[in-house]
Each structure stands twice: as structure tokens, then as C-alpha cells.
Design a binder for this molecule. Structure first.
Ligand code: SF4
Length: 735
């Protein structure tokens, strides 16, 4: 029968960066659950600025993971004498090995003492040996799934309590290269215009992104814009559901973005289609860019990228001459060993044509996680304190020392910390010995998983805080059961820079606790005099607004874009665009209107040159593997694979392959195939489709049964340290 709804809670979707507002409808739990327990029975869309009532399948039907029987309900400690073995991951996930064989339940006091004690011992030994900076053998992985307050407190914990800047999160695997190029080019890592601005664009340039799958509600704004007459240009080696609406789908060869973009820049400059006034007033480095692309004729670039010269010319002319051209991009641009160069090319395209600073123009890297923008803003990155203030600058450190007071050491560390993949490399060399992972799953998300899992297993001390026994948690010493999104207060910043509150609808199961409380408890045990969570706020199980507001207000003092957004305004208005300088005025949806936040107010262009990546194709590995996502599953699957409806729709790992590549190998649709690269091998089910081009295969990285990152390599972009997930040489054979 119909559920009795006793409570309705307005919140925000926990999945993607679009930031849809939703209403959780709560009522009594099922008879089999503890008396008095509540559950979310269904979810509806609210009229938020990013979604106007719409939700995709994940937001609408992907909520019941929060009530899954496998939620962690008590702290767990590794049993004495049980070694860490990466092979246990598959054994536990398949049900062959019970989690209880590896871990025993523990009280919170015991688990927190063990968790913090192990970190403290490593820290104290290192400091006694005179180590400092990135050489401190400790690191922290925070989460872009957590709130701004959790991200802020976590990075503060690592910097003040671990005495190092070795703190990072999955932005490193996602848009680190876009952010590096944007900070260098325009002085800000965030988007210039919100997605909904596509409605005012005359031309939409969508490159390396599949929003129908990864930002579904945002994709509906693109569809609407095209239906109203905007011209859509898609640049992507793979076709997607928007392709049939596109004026051009440029299916260039994988990994040749730089050649395609340099070809476009060449045409615009050679044909005099630049915005000379804008360049003179607002751009630096134009002459060097012009010289650098002088030889990049469409004919030459066509040979590399596979798009014919006439098409490159036509697209360049359309982009430069439209009244408003807006660029949106995704991981297809950023996840390359030359991801920073790819983004530099997009910035140059926008700048030399003056397609920025007005409605329907600009640069929009579509942010993946619900709070990857906010977590990065809050300083969850190794080289920058909150609001992108560099740890290397003495004045910046001094202002945070004043705000924070003394940590373990009287001074903050000046040396930027290690990034995600560097931390894994250091772990495998014994240079990182302890890691605190809060809500991330590097044992699925990192490249070259066989090595990454071995590195995690080799750690002296691994603490994992999560809502499920993730692949990473299976290798932990201590597991702290955490709160799901719908069980806590927190603020989240979407891809548009819109900050919105999440509100608690139900209680965490068993004795799981609030993440913010657990981070603070670890901090206190490391010697930090923190008192965000007072006795009046409870024991950390039930959600409490006051400690979250305290952390937020402290964070706000360090973050100028939040100057006009006190916690009370956020909760009252439900969504505030940032930057917001004043409390009584809306924030700025469009930025860079008359200057860029660089030292001289101008955009800085950086020329790029095409270079082949490290994953050479040969007779043994003749195809290109690209990894990504499917509509129903979110990233490593920790949440969505426990969401009954999503798992029912998309239960098995599939690999897309072109029929003409499959035929000579004797592979038919639905066959199980073995995929092998220079890094590892997995088996998946073949789906034959012309959506991928010949020579390319595609699979999602959400499935532990066929963990796609067993196949990827860990070569990094030199600037942003992002791995090249999008291109791995692979062989595919019938299994
Ligand atoms: Fe959630 Fe993104 Fe879907 Fe909106 S589009 S409902 S934010 S997953």
C-alpha cells in the first residue's frame, strides 16, 4: 500500500554537480526495521535555480542506498593477525569472504583512539626525525561528496594536525587540469557562466562531455536551447544522445584535442575573425599564441585529428562570428596527460574571440561531483588553502595562522603537499605510511589499480570513514561508520557556483556518526583544541545544525566569495549564487564582465603543441580504451550499486565496441570479452554499437567485478598531476 508520509525535508541531490533541489518524503520504516525507524519513501523535484522541478533517474530513484542492509553501523577494527590482502576486495565484494572475518566491532572510543593513535605515532616519529612538509609520511583524502564544512575541517585537520599539506581529493582525478589552466589563464578555477546560460547562447561548443548521462538535467537545458535555435557543436570521439541535435559532431581521434583546437585557433587568426578590441584591452600573450599556431593549418591538423579541413574552417567561423558562443567541457578534455593543454586551448578560443563576460558566452567546465567545486574552494587541495590562497605564500599562511590559532606546530607548512596519485606512489615506496580517507574510494577510482591497491595494503595505518565497506575500507586498519547525505546538515556548491544547504531527513543507522563529528574527534586526539561540537549538540549520531554553522562561519572568514552569505541566509534562501559580496544582494551569476582576477586584470594565453601521449597502440594493444560513466551508476558505485532501482536497470559491466572491430575478433553482441592492457585485465560484456568510433572501446568505472581502473595507467599531466584515464592501449578478445 501507499506509504504514510510524516515528514517532508527539502534538500539537494547527492550525486552530480548540477545541484538539483529535491524533497525527501519520510515515513515509518518497514516492519522488519527497528521500531521508530524512519525511511525515505520517495523523492520529488523542487523548483531550485538549477533544476526547476526536474530530476534525473539518479536523483529521483537512487535514494534507497541510505537504508541498505550493508550500511556500516558500528566502528570496525582489523582483527589481530589478519594481513591486508588486495585479493580480499573481490572476495568480500562477491560474498565469498564475510567482512567479519577481517574486522571486529569496536566501541567509538576504542576505534577513535586506535585511528588517531596510529596517525599520531607516525607523525611524532617523523617530526622527531626532523622531517617536514611533504616528507611527513601521512596524507588525507577528503571527499567531493562531503559538505563544504567537512572539506574545510578535513583540510584544516591535515594541515594543523598532520603537520603537512598532503591533502587532496578526487578533483585531482577529474578537473585538476581544467582548474590549473583556468587559474593560470583567467585567475579563477570556477565557471564564468551558469549552465542555464546556454539558453542565451547562439552557439554551444560542447567538448569531451556527455551531459545526458553525467549531468542529465543540465542536458535538458542544452536540448531546449538547441530546439529554440542555438547551434550545437559537439567535439567528442564518441557519439552521444545529443549528437543528432548537433550542427556538427566532430568525432576526432582520441587524444588529439590539442590539434583540433589549434586548427580552430589558426583559422580564426588567419581569417581575421579575432576580437581585436577585446584582445588589446583584456588579453596578454596573443602574439605568442599567434606565432605558435601559425603552422597549425587545418590541413595539417586534419591529418592528426581526423576532422577534415573544411569542417575545421566552418566550425571556427561559426564560433568566432556568433553573437554568443559558450564552451562547456567535461572529463573528455581534462583526463589526459596533456589535460592542462587541452583546457588552455579552450581558454584561448574564448579569449581571442571575446566570447566571455556576457550572457550566453564563457567557459564552463561541467563539475562532476555534487560538491567538487565547494571542496576545492574550501581548500581540500595540496597547494592551496581555502579560496585558492597558495600555501607557499607567507602572507597567506600568516592570515590562516591568525584565524586558526596554533596547531600541532606554531606555523603552517609552506611546502605544497603531494597529490592523489603522488601519494599512492609514495605509499608504494614506503614514504607515506598512514592515510585517513574520508568518503573517497581510491581502491576503485585511482589509475593502475593493481598498484594502487597494493600500495594501500602496504600502509602501516589506514583509517577509512565511509557509509559502506568500500573497496578501500576492506584494506583498512580502522573503519569509522559515517553519515549519508540525507542524514546530515551541510552546504554544497554546484557547478554554477551556487551554494545550497543539505538537510537531514533520517538518522544514520545503528551507531554510525556524523562525519564532521568524527573528523573533529580525530583532530582532538591529535592535539587540536577544537570545540565545534559541544555537549549540547549530542554524541555525534544525530544531525546537529549548530556545529555545522560554526564551521561554516569560520570558513566564511577565509573565503571572500562567501562574504555576503552567512549561514542564516543560506538556510533562509536555500540557494545563493557566489561570489556574493553583500548580504542584501544576489551573487554574481556571470563573472569576468570587465576584468579577470589575475595580477594585471587580463587573461593570459598559453600556447600549446600537439604531442602523442604515452599509451602507444601496437599489434598487441591495438585499440583505445576510454573510461567514463553510465547514467545509472555514480563513479565507483559505492552509493548507486546499493540503490535497488538503479542496480536493477544497470546491473552488469558493459564494454562498448564498434561492430566492425568486433567482427574479425569473433565477438558478438552480449559476449563476454577479456580486455587486457599493459597494466591489467578484466572481463566484461560486449555491446556492439557505432556510438564509439572504430578503434575505440568504452567502459564505466563503477563495477568492482570489472574494475576499469585495473586497465588504466598512472602517467600524469605534468602541470595538474591528473592521470590520462581517457586513453589506454587495449586488446579485446573473446573470454
Ligand atoms: Fe541529481 Fe545531477 Fe540528476 Fe540533478 S541531474 S537529479 S543533481 S544526478
Amino acid at each position: 500500500g501507499l506509504a504514510t508520509i510524516t515528514k517532508q525535508v527539502d534538500s539537494v541531490c547527492p550525486f552530480c554537480g548540477v545541484g538539483c533541489q529535491l524533497r525527501l518524503h519520510v515515513g515509518p520504516a518497514k516492519e522488519s526495521e527497528p521500531e521508530g525507524a524512519e525511511r525515505v519513501h520517495y523523492v520529488t523535484g523542487l523548483d531550485g535555480p538549477a533544476n526547476h522541478g526536474r530530476l534525473c533517474v539518479k536523483g529521483r530513484y537512487g535514494f534507497d542506498y541510505i537504508h541498505h542492509a550493508k550500511r556500516l553501523t558500528t566502528p570496525l577494527v582489523r582483527r589481530a593477525g589478519v594481513k591486508k590482502d588486495p585479493a580480499d576486495i573481490d572476495r568480500v565484494k562477491s560474498g565469498e569472504l564475510p567482512l567479519e572475518a577481517l574486522f571486529r566491532p569496536a566501541s567509538w572510543d576504542e576505534a577513535l583512539d586506535l585511528a588517531a593513535g596510529g596517525l599520531k605515532a607516525i607523525r611524532d616519529e617523523a617530526l622527531a626525525a626532523g622531517l617536514h612538509g611533504r616528507a611527513i609520511p601521512l596524507a588525507g583524502f577528503g571527499s567531493a561528496k562531503g559538505s563544504n564544512e567537512e572539506a574545510y575541517l578535513f583540510q584544516k585537520l591535515v594541515r594543523q594536525g598532520f603537520a603537512t599539506n598532503n591533502v587532496d581529493h578526487c578533483t585531482r582525478l577529474c578537473h585538476a587540469s581544467s582548474v590549473a589552466a583556468l587559474l593560470e589563464g583567467v585567475g579563477s578555477g570556477a565557471v564564468s557562466n551558469p549552465v542555464a546560460d546556454v539558453e542565451k547562447a547562439e552557439l554551444i561548443f560542447l567538448i569531451g562531455a556527455n551531459p545526458v548521462v553525467n549531468h542529465p538535467v543540465a542536458a535538458t537545458w542544452i536540448k531546449n536551447a538547441v530546439d529554440r535555435g542555438a547551434k550545437l557543436v559537439i567535439a567528442d570521439p564518441r557519439r552521444n544522445a545529443l549528437s543528432r541535435r548537433a550542427a556538427w559532431h566532430l568525432a576526432f581521434r582520441p587524444d588529439t584535442d590539442v590539434a583540433l583546437l589549434n586548427g580552430l585557433l589558426h583559422v580564426i587568426i588567419a581569417e581575421g575573425l579575432v576580437d581585436a578590441g577585446f584582445i588589446a584591452e583584456r588579453v596578454r600573450g596573443y602574439e605568442a599564441l599567434k606565432a605558435s599556431v601559425a603552422e597549425s593549418t587545418p590541413e595539417r591538423m586534419a591529418e592528426i585529428c581526423g576532422i577534415d579541413a573544411d569542417t575545421i574552417r566552418a566550425v571556427a567561423r561559426a564560433f568566432a562570428t556568433s553573437k554568443g558562443s559558450m564552451i562547456l567541457w567535461g572529463m573528455g578534455v581534462s583526463q589526459h596527460v596533456h589535460g592542462t593543454d587541452n583546457a588552455r586551448g579552450l581558454i584561448a578560443l574564448s579569449m581571442i574571440t571575446g566570447q566571455i563576460g556576457r550572457p550566453g558566452t564563457g567557459l564552463h567546465p561541467l563539475r562532476g561531483q555534487n560538491n567538487v567545486q565547494g571542496a576545492s574552494d574550501a581548500g581540500l587541495i595540496p597547494m592551496m588553502l581555502p579560496n585558492y590562497q597558495r600555501v607557499a605564500e607567507a602572507g597567506v599562511r600568516a592570515s590562516f595562522e591568525q584565524l586558526w590559532g596554533e596547531g600541532l606546530l606554531p606555523r603552517l607548512e609552506a611546502e605544497p603537499g603531494l597529490t592523489v596519485v603522488e601519494i599512492m606512489h609514495a605509499a608504494s615506496e614506503g614514504k607515506i605510511r598512514g592515510i585517513y580517507v574520508e568518503g573517497e574510494n581510491p581502491a576503485m577510482s585511482d589509475p593502475d589499480l593493481n598498484h594502487a591497491r597494493a600500495a594501500l595494503a602496504s600502509l602501516q595505518h589506514l583509517v577509512v570513514q565511509d557509509i559502506f565497506a568500500t573497496e578501500t575500507a576492506i584494506l583498512a586498519d580502522v573503519i569509522l561508520p559515517a553519515s549519508a547525505h540525507a542524514e546530515k546538515w551541510g552546504s554544497y556548491t554546484n557547478t554554477d557556483r551556487l551554494i545550497q544547504p543539505g538537510r537531514p531527513a533520517t538518522q544514520p543507522p545503528g551507531d554510525a556518526r556524523q562525519d564532521l563529528w568524527s573528523i573533529e574527534q580525530i583532530g582532538r586526539r591529535l592535539g587540536l583544541p577544537w570545540a565545534y561540537w559541544t555537549a549540547a549538540d549530542g554524541n555525534g549520531h544525530a544531525a546537529a545544525e549548530a556545529p555545522v554553522a560554526r564551521v561554516y562561519e569560520e570558513m566564511r572568514q577565509a573565503m571572500e566569495p562567501l562574504a555576503g552569505v552567512p549561514w542564516s541566509r543560506l538556510v533562509r534562501e536555500n540557494a545563493v549564487m557566489t561570489p556574493a559580496a553583500r548580504e542584501d544582494a544576489p551573487g554574481e551569476a556571470i563573472v569576468f564582465i570587465d576584468r579577470f582576477p589575475t595580477d594585471d586584470g587580463r587573461a593570459h594565453l598559453v600556447p600549446t603543441r600537439f604531442a602523442a601521449g604515452p599509451e602507444a597502440r601496437d599489434a598487441d594493444y591495438p585499440l583505445v580504451l576510454t573510461t567514463g560513466r553510465v547514467l545509472e551508476h555514480w563513479h565507483t558505485g559505492a552509493m548507486t550499486r546499493h540503490a535497488s532501482m538503479l542496480e536493477a536497470i544497470s546491473p552488469a559491466p558493459l564494454v562498448q565496441m564498434h561492430p566492425l572491430d568486433a567482427a574479425p575478433l569473433g565477438i558478438v553482441d552480449g559476449a563476454t570479452v577479456r580486455m587486457a592492457t599493459r597494466h591489467g585485465a578484466v572481463e566484461a560484456i560486449a555491446v556492439l554499437t557505432p556510438e564509439v568510433q572504430r578503434g575505440q572501446v568504452f567502459m564505466a568505472f563503477a563495477y568492482w567485478e570489472a574494475a576499469a581502473n585495473r586497465l588504466t595507467g598512472d602517467a600524469l599531466d605534468a602541470v595538474a598531476k591528473i592521470p590520462g584515464f581517457k586513453v589506454t592501449a587495449v586488446q579485446v578478445q573473446p573470454a
